[in-house]
Design a protein around this ligand. Structure first.
Ligand SMILES: *[C@@H]1O[C@H](CO)[C@@H](O)[C@H](O)[C@H]1NC(C)=O
Length: 304
């Protein structure tokens, strides 16, 4: 697929912190979409591009994607531009409702089609009338808007999750109030804006890092436990620690922000929606690194 090249400079100060958290993979921002003349060296290859249109729901592999400052998109399927919110107007993640990972989505002919085990598919319009309420909900305590996708979507999601709570599906629209990841970590700037991701619009993971983790796990995991947008091969485990910027193909330059801090979500089996009884792979990931206070706030306990 795409070749990746990187600028390698001195290690960021943050990397010493990175070693101390239960982290794997990195969060990235788009630096530039123009080709720059710079000294680059090949560091790997892109093997998969994945979007997660609904936060915490199933990833959709893409043969190609546009890289926007708000993350990957393929036509109307945009990364984390839909989210499920509860009665308290808090966006829920698979930490709280692990069955979210079983909900699949695809888009065609003006609809987002939702599917899940033992459920009839539901077609949700990709644009909603302005009479649908704009709901302000919380992601990690910070406010973000979204348009309510209607009662049918709410009933469907609630049934698919088999939950005693009532959920609503929200859709982020371009002119709505974004979240600023700077509210959570000082490494971001005022200009960085996202819809429903936890932090960065892009998440990059190397296959080698997953392989290294698997060498210490009895029950193996796949990259799907870590939900990257860009999966890369052709580099050694944690080699990506030393990249500050990467260029993908001719046009896309990304800037690394920080290690992706891991929470209980990684313990939810992407195929069954069942959290691992012994909190793996998180437990092993933490053992490598010891202290995990870095993940505070991102790693709230799963309620059920
Ligand atoms: C998700 O839906 C798409 C489109 O219908 C389908 O091609 C894909 O196989 C589904 N993925 C899973 C894991 O069920």
């Amino acid at each position: 697929m795409f070749t990746m090249e990187a600028i390698v400079r001195h290690r960021m100060l943050l990397m010493s912190v990175a070693g101390a958290g239960a982290a794997i993979g990195f969060t990235w921002l788009v630096l530039s979409l123009r080709k720059k003349k710079r000294k680059l060296r090949k560091v790997g290859e892109v093997t998969q591009l994945i979007v997660y249109p609904i936060k915490s729901c199933k990833g959709v592999p893409l043969p190609e994607a546009e890289c926007s400052v708000h993350g990957l998109r393929n036509g109307l399927l945009r990364d984390r531009h839909w989210a499920v919110s509860n009665e308290e107007k808090t966006v829920v993640s698979a930490r709280h409702e692990p069955r979210l990972v079983l909900i699949n989505s695809s888009s065609d002919q003006g609809f987002l089609t939702l599917s899940a085990p033992e459920m009839e598919d539901l077609k949700v319009p990709l644009t909603h009338p302005s009479t649908n309420e704009v709901v302000t909900s919380r992601v990690l305590g910070h406010l973000v808007q979204g348009r309510d996708c209607g009662d049918e979507a709410s009933h469907w999601i609630t049934a698919a999750l088999r939950s005693r709570h009532v959920y609503r599906l929200l859709q982020f629209e371009d002119r709505m109030k974004h979240r600023n990841p700077k509210d959570e970590y000082v490494l971001y700037t005022e200009n960085d804006k996202v819809a429903y991701p936890e932090l960065s619009p892009l998440h990059v993971l190397s296959e080698a890092a997953v392989e290294d983790l698997n060498s210490r796990l009895e029950e193996k995991v796949t990259f799907r436990n870590f939900r990257p947008n860009i999966l890369i091969s052709g580099c050694g485990a944690y080699e990506e620690d030393s990249w500050e910027e990467i260029q993908i193909g001719r046009d896309v330059t990304l800037k690394r922000v920080m290690p992706s801090i891991r929470c209980l979500f990684t313990t939810v089996d992407p195929d069954t929606g069942i959290p691992h009884a012994k909190n793996e792979p998180l437990k092993t990931l933490r053992r490598r690194s010891g202290n995990h206070h870095l993940g505070k706030g991102l790693c709230k306990q799963m309620k059920n």
